[in-house]
Ligand binder design. Structure first.
Ligand code: F6R
Length: 608
C-alpha cells in the first residue's frame, strides 16, 4: 500500500527521499512522486509505474533542496496516473500533501470547496486536504491544520510542505502509521521503520490525532485541538542490515533463511534457556488469570490467521482452554456473542492491518482484554492492545510472510505451554522437557533449510505444474492452508488446501494426472488416515509429494519425500512449512515472478 517519506536537515533531500521510497517499494505501489522546497519554491516530480521511472524523470529534470516529501501510491481513488499520484498541490501551488489512508468524507469536502469556486485536478481523496488547507490558510499553516484536520474523517497519515514556511515539514497521523526518526540536525519521516533504519533507530511514533511541526532545529508535537504535548523517542532494535538483502537475490529467500535466528531470538526473549523456565514478566497471563480463562478468541488475517489456527490447536490441546479463531474482516462485522472480561489474541506481523485493527477496537469496545502478537514495535495494534508479545523476527520486507509466521506459531507454543503449566496440566518437569524440545527447533529448522537444492530441483521438475493440492489432517491441515497460500501468492500457481478427509466430499473430482498433491504427514496418530487418502489420489494418477516426519514409515519409492526432523507433533508446523516456503520461492523464481512484490498484493493492508 502507499508509502510516505520526508526529510528536513542540511543535506540534499532528493537522494534520501528516493532511497526511502525504494525501501518502501515492497509495500506495493503504482506511481511515485516527490515535492521539494527548492530555493523557496515548491518543486514537484511525479511518475506512473516503478520508482525507476521517477528517478529517470528527475535525471532529466533535476531538483534539490534540504526539505522534501516523497510518496509511493497504491491507487484507491482514481486510476494510477501522474495527475492522481502524490504529492498533491493546492490550486495556488504553495501547499503539497502526501497521504496514506482514505479521507472518507472527501466527496462532501470536495463539493463544499467546488461550491466556493475551487477547481480540482485529480480524482483523489487526498487533493481535498491540500485544497482545504489552502482555502483556510491565513499565513500560519500550523493554525490552519488545527482548523482543517478535525474536518477530516477516515484514516490518514499526512506529510505537508508549505512554500511560505520553507523550514517546516508538518506531519499528521490518524489511524495510519507515521514515524519520525531523529538524527543530528536532521529528521527523517516515514510510514515504515525500514525506510529510515539506515539513518537512525531513534524514532518518535506519532499517536492518533498528533500533529508534528518538524524543522531541522527540532520538533514540536500538538494535538489537533492545538494543545502542545511531549512525545518521547523509542529505540528500534532492528539493525540497519536487517532491511537489506544481504547477498540474497530476494528478501523472501533471505527471510526464509533467517528463520533459525528469528526463532532463537524470539525463544530467548520468552524463555530462560539455561533454567528452561518461562519468563513470567513477558507472559500475558498470571496463574489466577490462567485458571479463570474460559474462552480465548484469536483474530487475524491471511498468514497470521493460519498461525492463529495452529495456535488454537496448541492452546486447546495443551491448556484445554476453548479457543475460537476468526478472520478479522469477518469478526469485525459479525454479530458476535461477547462477554466483558473475555480475552482476544490479535495476531499481525505489521500491527497495522486495517481489519485486525478494527477487530481489536471492537473487542475492546465490548470490554475484552486484548493481547497482541506482532512484529512491529509501536504499531497501532501494539499500542491499542492491553498487552503485547513481540515476535523478534526483524523487519519482514517480502510481501509473502515467512519468518513472521513461524515466530507467531512459536509464541503460541510458549503461551500454550505456559497456560498448561499454570492450569496444572503440565508439571514443571514436563514443561522443561517441552521447552527443551522447543529450543531444539532452530537447529532442526537449519536441517530442513539445508535441503534447499533438493527443493529447487523438484520445483524445476514441476515447472509446468498448474494445480497443486495440499492435504493433511489436524495440524497438518492448518499448515496446508498456509502452504497453499504461500505457493499461490508468489508463483500464481493455482493451489488449494483440504482437510484430507474432505477430499471424497467433492474436491477429488478435480484430481487427474496433471495435479500435484502434497500430503503433509507429521501428526503421527492420524497419519495412517492421510496415507489412505494419498492412495486415493494415486489411483487418480496424481503426482505425489510427501512431507513427512522422520519416523513415519513410507514405502512407495515413486513418491518424492521430504523429511521433517522428528519433534513433538505439536511443534512440527514450524519445520514443515519451511519446505513449502522454499518450494513456493523456487516455483516463482523459475516462472520469473516478481517474488518480493507479487502482483496485486501489498505488504501492509492498511485499508479495508
Ligand atoms: C501472506 C501475507 C498476508 C498477511 C496478512 C496479514 O503471505 O503476508 O496474508 O499475513 O495480510 O498481515 P499482518 O500479519 O501484517 O496483519
Amino acid at each position: 500500500m502507499c508509502g510516505i517519506v520526508g526529510y528536513v536537515g542540511q543535506q540534499d533531500c532528493v537522494p534520501i527521499l528516493l532511497k526511502g521510497l525504494s525501501a518502501l517499494e515492497y509495500r506495493g505501489y503504482d506511481s511515485a512522486g516527490v515535492a521539494v522546497l527548492e530555493n523557496g519554491k515548491m518543486a514537484v516530480r511525479k511518475e506512473v509505474g516503478r520508482l525507476a521511472a521517477l528517478e529517470e524523470k528527475i535525471g532529466r529534470m533535476p531538483l534539490s533542496g534540504v526539505i522534501g516529501i516523497g510518496h509511493t501510491r497504491w491507487a484507491t481513488h482514481g486510476e494510477p496516473s501522474e495527475v492522481n499520484s502524490h504529492p498533491h498541490l493546492d490550486s495556488k501551488n504553495r501547499i503539497a500533501v502526501i497521504h496514506n489512508g482514505i479521507i472518507e468524507n472527501f466527496r462532501e469536502l470536495k463539493a463544499f470547496l467546488q461550491g466556493k469556486g475551487v477547481s480540482f485536478r485529480s480524482e483523489t481523496d487526498t487533493e481535498v486536504v491540500s485544497q482545504l488547507l489552502s482555502y483556510y490558510y491565513e499565513g500560519d499553516l500550523l493554525k490552519t491544520l488545527f482548523r482543517v484536520i478535525p474536518m477530516l474523517e477516515g484514516s490518514y497519515a499526512l506529510g505537508i510542505l508549505c512554500q511560505d514556511q520553507p523550514e517546516h515539514l508538518y506531519c499528521v497521523r490518524n489511524g495510519s502509521p507515521l514515524i519520525i526518526g531523529r538524527a543530528k540536525g536532521e529528521f527523517y519521516v516515514a510510514s515504515d521503520i525500514s525506510a529510515i533504519l539506515e539513518y537512525t533507530r531513534d524514532v518518535y511514533i506519532l499517536e492518533d490525532d498528533d500533529i508534528a511541526d518538524v524543522t531541522k532545529e527540532g520538533i514540536a508535537f500538538y494535538r489537533e485541538t492545538g494543545e502542545q504535548v511531549e512525545r518521547q523517542t523509542t529505540q528500534i532494535a532492528w539493525s540497519r542490515d536487517s532491511a537489506q538483502k544481504g547477498g540474497y537475490d530476494h528478501f523472501m529467500l533471505k527471510e526464509i533463511f533467517e528463520q533459525p535466528r528469528a526463532l532463537r531470538e524470539t525463544l530467548a526473549h520468552y524463555v530462560d534457556l539455561e533454567t528452561l523456565t518461562i519468563k513470567r514478566e513477558a507472559m500475558p497471563f498470571d496463574r489466577e488469570q490462567a485458571n479463570a480463562l474460559e474462552k480465548l478468541t484469536v483474530i487475524a488475517c491471511g498468514t497470521a490467521h493460519h498461525a492463529g489456527m495452529i495456535g488454537r490447536v496448541l492452546i486447546e490441546t495443551l491448556a484445554r482452554v476453548k479457543t475460537e479463531t476468526d478472520i478479522a474482516s469477518e469478526y469485525r462485522y459479525y454479530d458476535t456473542i461477547d462477554q466483558p472480561g473475555e480475552t482476544l489474541i490479535a495476531v499481525s506481523q505489521s500491527g497495522e492491518t486495517a481489519d485486525t485493527v478494527a477487530a481489536v477496537r471492537k473487542a475492546k469496545g465490548h470490554g475484552s482484554r486484548v493481547v497482541a502478537l506482532t512484529n512491529v514495535i509501536g504499531s497501532t495494534i501494539a499500542r491499542e492492545s492491553d498487552m503485547v508479545m513481540y515476535t523478534l523476527a526483524g523487519p519482514e520486507i517480502a510481501v509473502a510472510s515467512t519468518k513472521a509466521y513461524t515466530t507467531q506459531i512459536l509464541l503460541f507454543e510458549i503461551i500454550a505451554l505456559d497456560l498448561a503449566n499454570l492450569r496444572g496440566l503440565l508439571t514443571d518437569e514436563e514443561l522443561r522437557e517441552r521447552l527443551r524440545e522447543l529450543a531444539a527447533l532452530p537447529e532442526k529448522a537449519e536441517q530442513v533449510l539445508s535441503h534447499r537444492e533438493e527443493v529447487a530441483d523438484f520445483a524445476h521438475s514441476e515447472k509446468g505444474c498448474e494445480d497443486v493440492f495440499f492435504i493433511g489432517r489436524l495440524m497438518d491441515y492448518y499448515t496446508s492452508l498456509e502452504a497453499a497460500l504461500k505457493l499461490k501468492e508468489v508463483s500464481y500457481i493455482h493451489s488449494e488446501a483440504y482437510a484430507a478427509g474432505e477430499l471424497k466430499h467433492g474436491p477429488i473430482a478435480l484430481i487427474d494426472d496433471t495435479t500435484l498433491v502434497v500430503a503433509t504427514l507429521t501428526q503421527k496418530r492420524i497419519v495412517a488416515k492421510t496415507i489412505s487418502n494419498v492412495e486415493e489420489v494415486r489411483a487418480r494418477k496424481a503426482k505425489i509429494l510427501l512431507v513427512a516426519s522422520e519416523p513415519i514409515p513410507l514405502n512407495n519409492p515413486q513418491d518424492t519425500v521430504w523429511r521433517v526432523p522428528d519433534t513433538d507433533d505439536l511443534f512440527s508446523p514450524i519445520l514443515m512449512i519451511l519446505y513449502v516456503q522454499m518450494f513456493a520461492y523456487y516455483m516463482a523464481l523459475q516462472k520469473g515472478c516478481d517474488i518480493d512484490k507479487p502482483r496485486n498484493l501489498a505488504k501492509s493492508v492498511t485499508v479495508e
